[in-house]
Ligand binder design. Structure first.
Ligand code: HEC
Length: 187
């Protein structure tokens, strides 16, 4: 009954509400985003954290499913590289900043997919504890932090590494470094 009276009251005195602030005008619809030329393919269903992928895979068998001539993957990898803060140390395009460049001839532990994936996942200290050692000298010598629990999936890390490779500026024959067995018998 009281509610009904309230309604009647409002109907009878609509002017009482006239000074109420008006609701803000509806936002204009966002302009349509131009679709990317080639949408990156969705991540495969069975992805693992990079740390778990490293545990699950025998040494030497990690292989990037993506090549760095795939523009959509490289672009997705660049975004992830920025999101995970790799640029803070290595520069926006991997040219090096306060840390070693990712795009020159020198690969500190080797330039093959398996070694790069393990280095970024485990970080320098754990990698070294597994018998790896520095085989090339960069302008900066410091440890790479472990990112294997920060980067969400192995698929994301492969995209990031495809982006890294796409920026390689060194001699073509050094793009993938040398296979680990050619560098040191201990690894
Ligand atoms: C806190 C700074 C820092 C961050 C953040 C960082 N790195 Fe590194 N990274 C380093 C350092 C230092 C090295 C050299 C490691 C060594 O000599 O043991 C390195 C080495 C590397 C190498 C090997 C370079 C070579 O020439 O052999 C790759 C590839 C790499 N980092 C990728 C990444 C990626 C991808 C990310 C983000 C997921 C990342 N890094 C985040 C500091 C960093």
């Amino acid at each position: 009954m009281r509610a009904l009276l309230g309604c009647i009251f409002l109907l009878a005195f609509p002017a009482l509400n006239a000074d109420e602030p008006k609701a803000p005008p509806a936002q204009p619809p966002a302009p349509p985003q131009s679709p990317p030329a080639q949408p990156p393919p969705p991540a495969p269903a069975n992805t693992l954290k990079p740390a778990d992928r490293v545990e699950a895979t025998p040494k030497g068998q990690l292989k990037n499913p993506y090549t760095d001539d795939n523009a959509a993957i490289v672009e997705a990898g660049h975004k992830l590289y920025m999101r995970y803060g790799c640029n803070g140390c290595h520069g926006g395009n991997g040219g090096g900043g306060i840390c070693p460049p990712l795009i020159n001839d020198a690969w500190v532990y080797g330039g093959d997919d398996d070694t790069l994936f393990r280095l970024v996942t485990l970080g320098s200290d754990v990698l070294q504890s597994k018998g790896y050692s520095r085989i090339a000298q960069e302008n900066v010598v410091a440890p790479m932090p472990p990112m294997g629990l920060i980067v969400a999936t192995d698929d994301e890390l492969w995209r990031i590494l495809a982006f890294v490779r796409s920026n390689f500026h060194g001699a073509p024959e050094n793009k993938f470094g040398q296979p680990p067995e050619a560098v040191s018998p201990n690894r």
